[in-house]
Write a protein that binds this ligand. Sequence first.
Ligand code: NDP
Length: 332
Amino acid sequence: MNATEIRLASRPHGVPTLENFEIADVEIPTPGEGEILVRNQVLSVDPYMRGRMSDAKSYAEPYEVGKVMHGGAVGEVLESTVDGFEPGDIVLHGLGWRSHAVVAAKHAVKVDPEAAPISAYLGVLGMTGLTAYAGLLDVAEFKEGDTVFVSGAAGAVGSVVGQLAKLKGAKRVIGSAGTDDKVKWLTDELGFDAAFNYKDAPVIEQLRAAAPEGIDVYFDNVGGDHLEAAIDSINLHGRMAICGMISVYNNTEPAAAPRNLASIIAKRFTMRGMLVGDHFALQPQFVKEVAPLVAAGELKYSETIVDGIRNAPQAFLDLLGGANTGKMLVRV
Ligand code: NDP
């Protein structure tokens, strides 16, 4: 039996295409000392991978052309040379888009398949959930009674941000998303107070209408016109967690700055960039608090699951195009 891996074939210029990826069939690798062989079951598909496909200097190492697309993955241990890891154990690791991975045991984290579906460890109980938790509570310093606006609200991070804010006593939570079905999901299923389709009319106008008394917190997943709208609506001493700017990831030229940034002086709001890696110390607290909410159905999550590792490149292109509701995943 062979293993399959997805490699970066070439660096995209602008919007990526399927030609930027190579699907390779290889032999199943053998674990050495201190290693385990994992058969991956679910792969994570994430916007930050777009940055790693380029070779511009960034916070994450660029992928090497001809090498596997690294990223989050969960799978079953098939062979182990390491005490504490047995065949049948389920582990989380970062070796990404391959059907089989030889993982140094020190870089594998055992997860409990009884406590939650294993896919949840890549999303709501994993990296994207922690991003939402740390960004809202630590970076944006959310407090009860705040009005919160989150862009990319129907995505993996955004959907958790909005629900957490509601559960923690936000006065009003507003989300933006790119389809009417997503907007309906936010208000009808997730309990957002208001949501709008950013493609319907200028974001600045839609946010003003949705937040007549302004916003205290902005959780940015999008940048661009959403950031300008948030600056326009933010109240005195408001706080912004700048988590992502997906609207500029495919740009080939630097994006324009928010044109209304000068109002930061009069409004004295803060903008703080964030990287989830700086907040790993919060992981135990996050799991302790959020896992019971998920188990009780108080914090809902959605997954868009694409079948087949060979479809991972298309799943990634679809993620950038907005085909996902909640976390985008590939079932190997
Ligand atoms: P999502 O699940 O939100 O998927 C991406 C979504 O972005 C798409 O579904 C699409 O939804 C939306 N989108 C795509 N292009 C645009 C555009 N031009 N304008 C507005 N929306 C767009 O991904 P994640 O939840 O995994 O990530 C959300 C953001 O958080 C990303 O920017 C990501 O880079 C960032 N991030 C940052 C981390 C950090 O440590 N700083 C960690 C994890 C994520 P729609 O239909 O609504 O357009």
